[in-house]
Design a protein around this ligand. Sequence first.
Ligand SMILES: *[C@@H]1O[C@H](CO)[C@@H](O)[C@H](O)[C@H]1NC(C)=O
Ligand SMILES: *[C@@H]1O[C@H](CO)[C@@H](O)[C@H](O)[C@H]1NC(C)=O
Ligand SMILES: *[C@@H]1O[C@H](CO)[C@@H](O)[C@H](O)[C@H]1NC(C)=O
Ligand SMILES: *[C@@H]1O[C@H](CO)[C@@H](O)[C@H](O)[C@H]1NC(C)=O
Ligand SMILES: *[C@@H]1O[C@H](CO)[C@@H](O)[C@H](O)[C@H]1NC(C)=O
Ligand SMILES: *[C@@H]1O[C@H](CO)[C@@H](O)[C@H](O)[C@H]1NC(C)=O
Ligand SMILES: *[C@@H]1O[C@H](CO)[C@@H](O)[C@H](O)[C@H]1NC(C)=O
Ligand SMILES: *[C@@H]1O[C@H](CO)[C@@H](O)[C@H](O)[C@H]1NC(C)=O
Ligand SMILES: *[C@@H]1O[C@H](CO)[C@@H](O)[C@H](O)[C@H]1NC(C)=O
Ligand SMILES: *[C@@H]1O[C@H](CO)[C@@H](O)[C@H](O)[C@H]1NC(C)=O
Ligand SMILES: [Cu+2]
Length: 610
Amino acid sequence: MNFLQRGFFRLATVLLLARCSQAKTVTLDFNVTWVNANPDGLHERKVVGVNGQWPLPVIEVDKGDRLIVNMYNGLGDKDTSIHWHGMFQNGTNNMDGPSMVTQCPVPPGTSMTYNFTIPQNGTYWYHCHTDACYPDGYRQALIVHDKDAYFESMYDDEFTVTMSDWYHELVEDIPFIRVENPTGAEPVPNSFLFNDTVSNTNIPVEAGKTYLLRLINIGAFVAQYFYIEDHTFRIVEIDGVYVDEQEADTLYIAVAQRYSILVTMKNSTDKNYPIVTVADSVLLDTISPTLQLNQTNWLEYNSSAAHPEAVMKVAIASDLVPYDDFKLVPHDRMALLPDPDMTIEVDVIMANLANGAGYAFFNNISYTKPKVPTLYSVLTSGDYATNAEVYGEYTHPFVLEHNAVIEVILNNQDTGSHPFHLHGHNFQVVSRTPSYGASFYDFADGDPVAYNATENPSSSFPAYPARRDTFVAPPQGNFVIRFVADNPGVWFFHCHIDWHLSQGLAMSFIEAPKEIQKQMSLTDSEISVCKAADISYEGNAAANIEDLLDLTGQNKQLPWLPAGFTAKGIIAMVFSCVSAFLGMAFITIYGISGIKQQGETSQVVEREDM
Ligand SMILES: *[C@@H]1O[C@H](CO)[C@@H](O)[C@H](O)[C@H]1NC(C)=O
Ligand SMILES: *[C@@H]1O[C@H](CO)[C@@H](O)[C@H](O)[C@H]1NC(C)=O
Ligand SMILES: *[C@@H]1O[C@H](CO)[C@@H](O)[C@H](O)[C@H]1NC(C)=O
Ligand SMILES: *[C@@H]1O[C@H](CO)[C@@H](O)[C@H](O)[C@H]1NC(C)=O
Ligand SMILES: *[C@@H]1O[C@H](CO)[C@@H](O)[C@H](O)[C@H]1NC(C)=O
Ligand SMILES: *[C@@H]1O[C@H](CO)[C@@H](O)[C@H](O)[C@H]1NC(C)=O
Ligand SMILES: *[C@@H]1O[C@H](CO)[C@@H](O)[C@H](O)[C@H]1NC(C)=O
Ligand SMILES: *[C@@H]1O[C@H](CO)[C@@H](O)[C@H](O)[C@H]1NC(C)=O
Ligand SMILES: *[C@@H]1O[C@H](CO)[C@@H](O)[C@H](O)[C@H]1NC(C)=O
Ligand SMILES: *[C@@H]1O[C@H](CO)[C@@H](O)[C@H](O)[C@H]1NC(C)=O
Ligand SMILES: [Cu+2]
């Protein structure tokens, strides 16, 4: 393109943009069915497709658009729903997507229309939010273009790149919450995908140009390190929040997190440069020797030049030092919120319930879905809606007052790190101990360290805290977040590791329930989805419409194990059953009685010393 042509093209683009600045409606029909795919080249499997395709369509809209998705569940054997991750759904809480929180699950043969406006900017994604369903492939990027972004004039072209873990089995065929797995060891993925493939992705680039890369971890479990050999970059967005540009060379992208980065190309075209992603193996209980933890793809300056193997920075996490997202400053300079009107302090633990299986807890409550979607309880409980009891103990409800400043103090007593996500908001991250970097694992081996307001008083919080919608709690460390309850709705707060969500690591914020009642009422189409799913849509968490404070019959978590049982003890018990069985076999074959005695003695169940 010569100079004149380029100028004309620019002008045409401006005119076009001016004409298009009127918000438009984007309507998509999603026929959700099973299709086959083999993204890692190792195993073909059933995945959730849309209109017969997988990878799923990337949704691209402009700020202010209305998005309408007519979803038909053609799976035949599974319920479904879609969550629009990061979308505030201000006034449209019923479009948020999590089953039994804001809607009934959509059963096979049934449709639901999602219809909402997008006043936000940046990089988002959509995924199934009914039981554990998105690891089966039902997830993809949702990009909101914004010609007013402060960095809009700073790049020449953009690319979206997703990364994710990948399993060869359907979620329903992966054993997880069961007595044989008392420690709750998460299923180890079979591979890791870069933009839904392992075959090399070459990002075609031109020397001297600058590109916007939108990076999204759409995985179910494992965080990814990201770097580009011999290139630094500038972070300009996290989770839909523009940040002042910040130079970095390595990122840690937990599941559900997004980063937009500007990468400026070198002037030479003699070489291609590896883009490296390394799965965080610290999260994995076991690593098979064939599991490919790292992937190399390329910034391709010259397709006929070599595509060199990456010089790996490292194998273990502590040597890859990622940029600390806590230090980012929002471009809009939203100031630290004032001291909170309400503080919610929760301890995260993993423990076993009566069936011997591992569960996850906020303050000893493992989220258990109610009999009525919590939003529908709000809409059908009149003046009782402000009483948290209506929502049942095991949805772990907190009623938030309209426009109150809310602070959540989260003490992670677990030795694993967890990426926590809040629906309907982004939140200010005002404290995290320890911070990303070399010290991130400092508390992993000793005792858990709870947030200490004397050591980290609010006077030490950043003046312009970073905001995002998914934030990582360090192993046995803590974080503090703040947000304003200015978005009436029922908003789920949960760990985004889908395995941990299925173990109950979630709670419900019922924000300004009287305002929700003013904004919406239960619609005929919502009722018909519930009827098709055979789920109650009125009354309290126990589906009681007569006495809203009578929770008889509500779903509950299982009872606790008798005091003193530990995961180790359960292993010993399970193991002793197995070894007793093996012992029997040995006795039958060899008649050696000593082995049986051994099997019996290992049946002693360990007690926790407390
Ligand atoms: C969805 O796709 C399936 C398989 O192609 C087809 O049989 C069905 O008629 C489609 N349903 C809708 C509502 O488009
Ligand atoms: C979407 O919602 C808007 C606003 O409530 C409404 O006017 C429009 O009819 C809806 N469209 C569909 C297809 O439901
Ligand atoms: C979207 O971006 C514009 C600037 O382009 C900014 O003024 C606005 O606050 C952003 N909206 C949200 C919801 O972040
Ligand atoms: C990643 O995949 C999406 C959809 O499959 C595609 O639109 C996008 O261009 C791909 N990105 C790159 C860098 O190839
Ligand atoms: C590429 O060349 C331009 C113009 O000469 C210069 O400003 C820029 O710094 C160079 N970039 C690199 C990465 O060396
Ligand atoms: C691309 O790489 C080939 C092979 O190394 C080299 O011969 C060629 O000059 C390069 N082209 C450019 C434009 O740098
Ligand atoms: C990258 O993966 C390959 C194959 O799994 C392995 O040989 C190599 O050690 C890995 N490098 C790192 C740093 O993990
Ligand atoms: C959880 O239960 C244990 C044992 O009953 C108790 O000691 C602890 O205080 C409880 N924790 C919370 C946060 O309620
Ligand atoms: C909090 O920190 C202060 C100052 O270091 C210390 O005196 C206090 O014991 C700590 N509180 C707790 C509960 O650990
Ligand atoms: C929701 O909308 C209300 C009213 O316009 C506004 O005050 C509030 O800031 C919005 N909240 C969010 C999270 O978008
Ligand atoms: Cu978790």
